[in-house]
Structure formats: structure tokens, C-alpha cells
Design a protein around this ligand. Structure first.
Ligand code: FE2
Length: 184
């Protein structure tokens, strides 16, 4: 399934995430260079992103009609000319959400489907739901100045990737503790 989801965030949630991540990326500068997208910066499993991955899980479950377990989140800022090469995702990303927080230019996420290549456009606060193992996906060179997306990844609770809960990091206690209320 590939689906555009319009009202993923409330206006207040969007505003709060803009302020928080602007602080993380550009004031505190806690992000790292991201080898998957040359020139971009990212944060693996930021706790606020983890929290949103958890509280939005029921909404994603409803669309996919499956019980899900969160695995990890990934927060990435792309800059001018950054490219995400065509790829499929690893097993921890059975069901994913690409959430647009800001972008100064319309910039589609492309999917390779049986019906041809399909571009998915989102505005800030909107998301694309997709199965990244099933569909190759990519982004063409970015023509704007800055685009920030949060990726939230899940596995099907009864599926073949169920050993990828917590992205396979069973020893990491803190993410497990904060996710606990949403794992039922
Ligand atoms: Fe991907």
C-alpha cells in the first residue's frame, strides 16, 4: 500500500515539531552527517520523534488494518541538490510513514509500482504511508533550500519481521520503556 494521508498532524503538533527540531538541528546541532543521503543531516530515534511514532501508531494500524509494533524513527533534513537514491527498505521498515514537517519547495517521494513510477506530494503536516520493502522509492535532486521529513517505521506484530521489534536492539532499555504504553 502507498497512501497520501492529509491530516496526520494537528496544526499545534506541526508547530511544536518545527520549533523543537529547528532547535535540535540548527541551534544545538546534534544531528550527524547522513551517509545514505550525501549532504543531509539526521538523528536516529530522537525521543520526540519516537513519541510521535507511538502516539500515531493507532492511526497507521487503522489504515493498514494490521496490529503494528514501532521499530525506530529517523529525522532527516535535506538541503539543495541532495538526492535519495532508488532503494528498498530493510526488514525493520515493513510499514513506514514519511512525515513532512517543512519544505520550501514541493518535492515528491517517488515509488516504483506495477502501474509505473508514481510521485507522492505532501505539504507540511501531511504524510505518505508506504511499504518500503515492497516498493522501491527515491527522491530526485532537491531544488529548494531545506526539507525536513520524519520517518516512522513499524513491523506487523504477527508478521515475518516480528524479531525486528525495537529495530532489533533488545538491549536498549530506554526506548523500550518509553514505548511500553503503546505496545499493547
Ligand atoms: Fe527508504
Amino acid at each position: 500500500m502507498i497512501k497520501h494521508y492529509k491530516n496526520f498532524l494537528t496544526k499545534q503538533e506541526l508547530k511544536d515539531l518545527e520549533i523543537y527540531f529547528d532547535h535540535c538541528f540548527f541551534k544545538q546541532k546534534i544531528a550527524r552527517a547522513d551517509p545514505m543521503v550525501k549532504g543531509s543531516i539526521s538523528i536516529y530515534s530522537d525521543l520526540v520523534a519516537q513519541y510521535f511514532m507511538c502516539i500515531k501508531k493507532p492511526l497507521v494500524e487503522k489504515v493498514f488494518k494490521s496490529k503494528l509494533i514501532p521499530t525506530y524513527s529517523f529525522s532527516r533534513v535535506y538541503f539543495k541538490d541532495n538526492v535519495m537514491k532508488r532503494h528498498s527498505d530493510r526488514p525493520s521498515c515493513e510499514v513506514s510513514v514519511s512525515l513532512n514537517i517543512w519544505s520550501d519547495t514541493q518535492w515528491p517521494l517517488w515509488f516504483e509500482t506495477e502501474k509505473g513510477d508514481v510521485p507522492m506530494y505532501t505539504k507540511p503536516g501531511e504524510a505518505v504511508f508506504y511499504e518500503g520493502q515492497k516498493y522501491n522509492h527515491w527522491r530526485e535532486p532537491f531544488e529548494g533550500e531545506s526539507c525536513f521529513q520524519i520517518f516512522m517505521h513499524y513491523i506487523r506484530a504477527e508478521g515475518e519481521n516480528r524479531d525486528r521489534a525495537y529495530d532489533g536492539m533488545e538491549n536498549i532499555k530506554y526506548p523500550k520503556l518509553i514505548m511500553k504504553p503503546w505496545l499493547k
